[in-house]
Design a binder for this molecule. Structure first.
Ligand code: GLV
Ligand code: MN
Ligand code: MN
Length: 400
């Protein structure tokens, strides 16, 4: 099975009528795709396990040194694409299988990892699995609640996991380097007609939840100047954020979720809650934008007669990839005849968590029209295969 077919096959798990894939963290469909991959791994003679944080770990045992780890994630955003995350896991598997079929004998273990909940789309707990893998304390997150009112702890228990045991997933001490193949999720490679991106840095991310509170009132009888309309305040902030981010280089900001209360045609919204996703390559830009958000939303709230509460859901610092792996992956791309560029990532990846502990490197392949987190996400199977070969060559050099 080639990488294109493997991606098609995996998309059956959680596949929707719109062509997208929904495999949320801890859901049955995610464990089904794990089992599908474990069966394929077992046919190839690799052993696998699911660790205490819900990460899938496939092991090619060899030697005593720390492992070369490859990986990405198999969870998705709601109605996400079939490439985001899945490509890195399935191409990693393809690389292992190809090396084994070619008679390659590794001098050290090679691990293939699919991290739990990279997306964080269900509980706001992005990188849960990779954080647990490196030994970060994630137990304080288990009280988070999804849109259906289920806590993370409950979701874990329903899937057969014990939230108190998550620390057992810590295994970074057994890993020497980490490599991740991913789709670019942006337009740069396609626009420049290049086949491979070698990642130099991964942007930092801040996630905020902002709640504006005013007063619910009658939509027919409340004069416009007497309203304390929380949704109107949120709307003003969203437009202000767009303008501010457009004026800053290498920074982006997004409001992706909005809720109005009580939520009726004929009621002036008494409360509104929005999510704010901020990204920047430099930590000082993240600091500056967080300050700007606080000032801007406070000023708007004051003018609209609203109260405001800001909660930080997450902050992940920007992470540089290891220079020696940038070099190795660039050489591997050249050896595979791939045109490539060294570039920054505007998306978050598990490599930013792993890369704080051991050298990490990432390869991108082009995304058609720069589209991602969308059912129409698409990367050419030939490009995916080339990315896999670059990965395979780099693994062979590290584990040879
Ligand atoms: C992960 O997909 C992210 O939000 O960057
Ligand atoms: Mn991803
Ligand atoms: Mn994603």
């Amino acid at each position: 099975m080639g990488i294109g077919e493997a991606l098609e096959d995996a998309a059956r798990f959680g596949g929707g009528e719109d062509g997208g894939v929904t495999r949320m963290a801890w859901d049955r469909t995610l464990f089904e795709v794990y089992e599908w991959l474990r069966a394929r791994a077992s046919e190839c003679g690799f052993v696998s396990r699911i660790d205490a944080a819900g990460n899938l770990v496939v092991v090619w045992a060899a030697g005593e040194e720390p492992a070369v780890a490859l990986g990405s994630h198999l969870d998705t955003v709601p109605s996400g694409g079939r490439f985001d995350g899945a490509l890195g896991v399935l191409a990693g598997f393809e690389a292992l299988r190809g090396l084994r079929d070619a008679g390659f004998e590794p001098s050290r273990p090679i691990w293939l990892l699919a991290f739990m909940d990279e997306e964080g789309a269900r509980f706001g707990t992005s990188m849960f699995g990779s954080k647990a893998f490196v030994g970060e304390d994630v137990t304080h997150l288990t009280g988070r609640v999804d849109q259906a009112g289920v806590t993370l702890a409950e979701a874990m228990e329903r899937a057969g996991f014990d939230p108190a045991e998550v620390v057992g997933a810590t295994a970074i001490g057994q890993v020497g380097q980490y490599l991740e193949l991913h789709i670019e999720q942006g337009p740069v490679l396609e626009r420049n007609g290049e086949q491979v991106g070698v990642v130099s840095d991964i942007c930092g991310l801040v996630g905020l939840r902002i709640r504006l509170s005013g007063e619910a009132n009658h939509a027919g009888t409340t004069p416009m100047e007497m309203r304390r309309d929380a949704l109107a305040g949120a709307a003003r902030f969203i437009v202000a954020l767009r303008g501010e981010m457009a004026a800053r280089e290498t920074c982006v900001g997004t409001v992706g979720m909005i809720e109005a209360e009580p939520g009726a045609f004929n009621v002036v919204p008494g409360a509104a809650e929005i999510s704010v996703d901020i990204r920047a390559i430099r930590a000082e830009d993240l600091d500056g934008i967080e300050r700007w958000v606080e000032e801007a939303v406070t000023a708007i709230a004051h003018e609209e007669g609203l109260d405001v509460a800001i909660e930080r859901i997450h902050r992940l610092e920007p992470t540089a990839m290891a220079p020696e792996l940038v070099d190795l992956l660039s050489r591997s791309a050249t050896a595979e005849g791939a045109t490539h560029r060294v570039m920054a990532s505007g998306a978050g990846h598990d490599a930013m968590i792993i890369g704080r502990h051991v050298p990490a490197g990432m390869i991108f392949v082009p995304s058609a029209k720069g589209l991602s987190h969308n059912p129409g996400e698409w990367s050419d199977p030939g490009d995916c295969d080339l990315g896999m070969k670059v990965l395979r060559r780099a693994v062979a050099e590290l584990a040879g």
